[in-house]
Design a protein around this ligand. Structure first.
Ligand code: SF4
Length: 318
C-alpha cells in the first residue's frame, strides 16, 4: 500500500516535488499558500512565469467569488428546445423531477414495472403490424429472472387482458405513431400507441397502460391523450368531434373513453406549462408522484412527504 496522495504516476516525482506534485498541492492548501522555499528555489525566468500564472489564477478566483457573492449563475442551464409530452406532464407534477430528468439528467432506475410496460407495448405493436403471428403469445419476453420474480405471471395477465379487449382482432390505422408539435420555439413530441378508425372515418386514439388507474381527482391524468388528440387535429387534419380518446388499463381490463375536448384549450395548457419551464424555476412539489420517483433517495421534500404517508402509498402507475 502506498500512502495517499502519493504520486499518481511513477515519474510524477521530480527534483522540485520529490513526493509528487499532488502531495505538494495539498500541503500548500493546508499551509495557506505555496511554501516560500519552493518559490525561492526557482530560477528568475521560472519565478517570473510562476508569478504571472499565479496572478492570472488569482484574478479568475476573485471573479468567481464575486459572482458567487452576487448570486449570479455563471453557467445557467440551457433549456431544451425539444421535449416529450410526458416530460411536460412530468414538469406539471414536479418541476424538480423534470429538472433531474431533462435539464441536468441524472441516471434513472429502469425498474421492473417500466421494463414490463415497454415489453407489452412492443408485443402489441408486433401484433398490430402482423408480426405477432411469428411469435406465439406465450413467448417469454426478454426480461431478467429478477424482473419476473416480483410478480410472476404479470406479463401473461397483461397480454390476456389485451386479447380479451375489443381491440385484439382489430388492425389499427397506425401503431406507435410519432409526432411533433410546435409551440413557439419549443417542439413537443410524442408517440401514439394506436389509432383505430371506423367506417365513418372517426378515429379512436388509444393509450395502453400497464399500471394502475390514477385516482379520478388527478387533474393531469388525461393530459397525455389530450396532446395526442391535438396532434391528430393539427397534423392529420381530423376534426376534434371525430376523435375519441381512450386509456386501456391492461392490469384491470378497464377502459376509460371520452371525446376530444377543445384543441385550443389543450394548446393553451401546454403553452403555459412551457412558459413555466422557461421561467427556470424548478422547485420540488412533493405529492403522490414521490412514491415512484427515482430521485427520492436524495430529495428531502420527497422523503419528508413519503414519511408522512406511512405504508399507505399507492403502487407505481405506468
Ligand atoms: S421525490 Fe417527489 S418532490 Fe422530490 S423530485 Fe421526486 S417527485 Fe419531486
Amino acid at each position: 500500500m502506498r500512502p495517499w496522495p502519493g504520486p499518481a504516476l511513477r515519474d510524477e516525482a521530480d527534483e522540485l516535488f520529490p513526493q509528487g506534485w499532488r502531495r505538494a498541492a495539498i500541503e500548500a492548501v493546508v499551509a495557506g499558500g505555496v511554501q516560500p522555499e519552493l518559490v525561492e528555489s526557482l530560477s528568475p525566468a521560472e519565478r517570473e512565469r510562476f508569478e504571472a500564472v499565479a496572478a492570472e489564477r488569482r484574478r479568475v478566483a476573485a471573479t468567481l467569488r464575486e459572482r458567487e457573492r452576487r448570486g449570479e449563475d455563471p453557467d445557467p442551464d440551457p433549456l431544451p428546445r425539444t421535449l416529450s409530452a410526458s416530460a411536460v406532464i412530468d414538469h406539471e407534477r414536479c418541476p424538480k423531477r423534470f429538472y433531474w430528468s431533462v435539464v441536468r439528467p441524472l441516471p434513472r432506475f429502469s425498474g421492473p414495472a417500466a421494463r414490463i410496460g415497454t415489453e407489452i407495448h412492443r408485443w402489441i405493436e408486433r401484433r398490430a403490424s402482423g408480426q405477432g403471428r411469428l411469435l406465439e403469445p406465450e413467448d417469454v419476453p426478454d426480461l431478467t429472472l429478477e424482473e419476473l420474480a416480483g410478480d410472476p405471471g404479470r406479463i401473461e395477465r397483461l397480454r390476456e387482458a389485451f386479447l380479451a379487449s375489443r381491440f385484439a382482432d382489430r388492425v389499427p390505422l397506425a401503431a406507435e405513431r410519432p409526432f411533433l408539435l410546435r409551440f413557439g420555439e419549443v417542439t413537443v413530441g410524442g408517440r401514439i400507441d394506436a389509432i383505430y378508425t371506423d367506417r365513418d372515418g372517426r378515429w379512436e386514439v388509444v393509450d395502453w397502460k400497464t399500471g394502475r388507474r390514477p385516482s379520478s381527482d388527478d387533474p393531469l391524468a388525461g393530459l397525455q391523450l389530450d396532446v395526442y388528440g391535438l396532434a391528430c387535429v393539427e397534423i392529420w387534419g381530423k376534426r376534434a368531434e371525430d376523435l375519441t380518446l381512450t386509456y386501456v388499463y391492461l392490469a384491470t381490463g378497464e377502459e376509460v373513453s371520452r371525446p376530444m375536448g377543445d384543441p385550443a384549450a389543450v394548446r393553451a395548457l401546454i403553452g403555459s406549462a412551457l412558459d413555466r419551464i422557461a421561467s427556470g424555476a424548478f422547485e420540488p412539489t412533493p405529492g403522490p408522484q414521490c412514491a415512484y420517483c427515482d430521485f427520492r433517495a436524495f430529495c428531502e421534500p420527497g422523503l419528508a412527504w413519503v414519511a408522512t404517508q406511512g405504508s399507505g402509498l399507492s403502487p407505481r402507475p405506468a
